[in-house]
Design a protein around this ligand. Structure first.
Ligand SMILES: [Zn+2]
Length: 177
């Protein structure tokens, strides 16, 4: 395991205890960790998240359990966001049976609720419905994460959306939106 991995986990725990004064440690019943994949949510293992170079086979739930002394679970961040929207947000409605959640930030993630159940993909390991490295433009940009050409992330992650917007804003003189 890379040494640098244990440092951010430890400092995050310290930050939580210092900054979240309204949350007492005794109020917590567990730790939920959302992260980009690939990962194995069933075993709590970060396999090799494309946005965290060097984080290979990290037992992140075990590290969190050791640090906080509470049970920990790992979920793909797109799936975690989907579950949050399904229960508390835009998908919270008895009339919906299905929900597609897209997250565009450092990458392009996705989560699915199908027939009222969170979809986790093959063997329910947490990598289901991930579109980031699907080829959308053959011959397009080389993806810095997977090295293939024309991935959705190579064309649509947040910095690729922001850059043209900034150029257009400069050209048109419109204020930031
Ligand atoms: Zn890619």
């Amino acid at each position: 395991m890379p040494r640098s991995v244990s440092v951010p986990v430890a400092s995050s725990a310290s930050s939580l205890s210092r900054t979240e004064e309204s949350v007492r440690a005794t109020d917590l019943s567990g730790t939920g960790i959302g992260c980009g994949g690939p990962l194995d949510s069933a075993s709590g293992l970060l396999i090799a998240p494309t946005h965290l170079p060097g984080w290979v086979d990290i037992p992140v739930t075990r590290l969190a359990e050791e640090r906080f002394g509470l049970p920990a679970v790992l979920e793909n961040d797109g799936t975690a966001g989907t579950a949050g929207e399904w229960r508390f947000g835009a998908g919270r409605s008895a009339e919906y049976r299905h929900l597609l959640y897209l997250t565009i930030s450092t990458g392009v993630g996705c989560g699915l609720v199908l027939d009222g159940r969170t979809f986790r993909g093959v063997a329910r390991r947490g990598n289901g419905g991930e579109p980031g490295h699907v080829t959308v433009r053959p011959g397009g940009r080389r993806c810095v994460r997977c090295s293939r050409v024309g991935c959705l992330e190579a064309h649509a992650r947040l910095r690729h959306v922001h850059r043209p917007a900034r150029r257009r804003r400069r050209r048109t003189g419109l204020p930031p939106g």
